[in-house]
Design a protein around this ligand. Sequence first.
Ligand SMILES: Cc1ncc(C[n+]2csc(CCOP(=O)(O)OP(=O)(O)O)c2C)c(N)n1
Ligand SMILES: [Mg+2]
Length: 351
Amino acid sequence: MSEMISVLKLDGTVDEEKIKAIPEDLIHKMYRLMVFTRQWNAKALSLQRQGRMGTLASVRGQEASNIGMGLALEPTDWFCPSFRETGAQIARGTSPKDLYLYFAGDSRGLRPPEGSRDLPICITVGSHLAHAAGIAWGAKIRGEKIAVLSSSGDGSTSQGDFHESLNFAGVFKLPVVFAIQNNHWAISVPFEKQTATKTISEKACAYGFDGVRVDGNDVFAVYLTIKDRLNIARSEFKPALVELVTYRMDDHTTADDASRYRTEEMLAPWREKDPIDRLRKYLTAKFGWDEKKETAFLEEISAEVEQTVRDFEAEPHPKPTDIFEHLYHDMPWHLKEQREEVARHQGEAAR
Ligand SMILES: Cc1ncc(C[n+]2csc(CCOP(=O)(O)OP(=O)(O)O)c2C)c(N)n1
Ligand SMILES: [Mg+2]
C-alpha cells in the first residue's frame, strides 16, 4: 500500500522542503479560491432550500482537492470533471455565475468559457474517464505537448469505464492523469463496500503505471502531486492514478439525507481535518494572518458571492424555442415546423 503524500499537517506546520516549490502569492490564491468555493457552495445550498436552485452536489470538505487540481493544470491541458469539481472549475476559469445557472437547471450554464479546455460537468458516473483517455490519445497522435486530467469519485472506480479507460491509457501510454476524489461515500455506499482493496491507488499496478495516494485535504500536497504527475504525463507519456483521500461533509446531493446512513461520530474526525482551517493555521503562523484580516476577507468574499447570485438571478430566462438549438447543423423540416409552432404560441419571432 503506498504511503500518503502530505505537506501541510493538521496543526498548520509544513514540510519545509516541499513547500519551497509554492510561491507565496499562489498560497494566498489557494486560500481565496477555497474560501470562495465554500461560500459559493453554502449559498447554493441555501438557495436550493428556498426553491431558487436545483439539485446540487455539495463540495464542502473537498475544497483542497478541488483547488489543488484546478491550479495544477496548465491552460493548454484538458480537464474532465464529474459533478463535485465546482471549485476546480472555478479555479480553471469557469464563471461561478454559470455554475449557479447550471445547477438551477439552465443548460446555458454549461457553455464553456472562450478557449476553454474543460469538458462540461459529467453526471454519468465514470463515463468521462474514457473521454479523458480519448483526448489524451488524440493529443499524442497530433504531437501536442499537453496532458489531460480527469476527476471522479471512489464510486466511479467500480464502473467498467474505469477499467477500460485506465487499461487503454496504460497500453497506449497516454498523457493522462486519473484523479479519484475518494470522499468515502458513493451516495449511501461506504468505501468499504465499494472495493475489496484497501486503497484505490493500488489498482494502478493492474494497468502498468504508477498509483499514488495523497492527503486530499492538504491543498499543497494535491497541487504538487497533480502538477508533478501532469508534467510526467506530458513529457514522458506516463499515465498515473492519483487517489485524493478526502471526505464528503454534506449529503450526497440536496436530494439526499445522509443522516439516514451516516452518524455524527463518523464525521467528527474529518471536521478536525478541515482543509480550510488547516491552511488558515499555516497563514497565521507564516504570514501573520489574524482575526481582523480574516473578518475583512470573509466580508469581501461574501459580497462577491452575493453579486454572483444577483447576476445569476438577473439572467433572462431562456426562450422556449431554445430547446431546438445546438443539436443540428441543418435542422430537419419537422423540427423547424415544431419550432415555429412553439414560437407562435409564445409570441416569439422564430429565428
Ligand atoms: C452510470 C451511473 N450510474 C448511477 C448514477 C447515479 N449516481 C449519481 S452519483 C452516484 C454515486 C457516485 O459516487 P462517487 O463516484 O464516489 O462520487 P461522489 O458522489 O462521492 O462525488 C451515483 C450512483 C449515475 N449518475 N451514473
Ligand atoms: Mg465518493
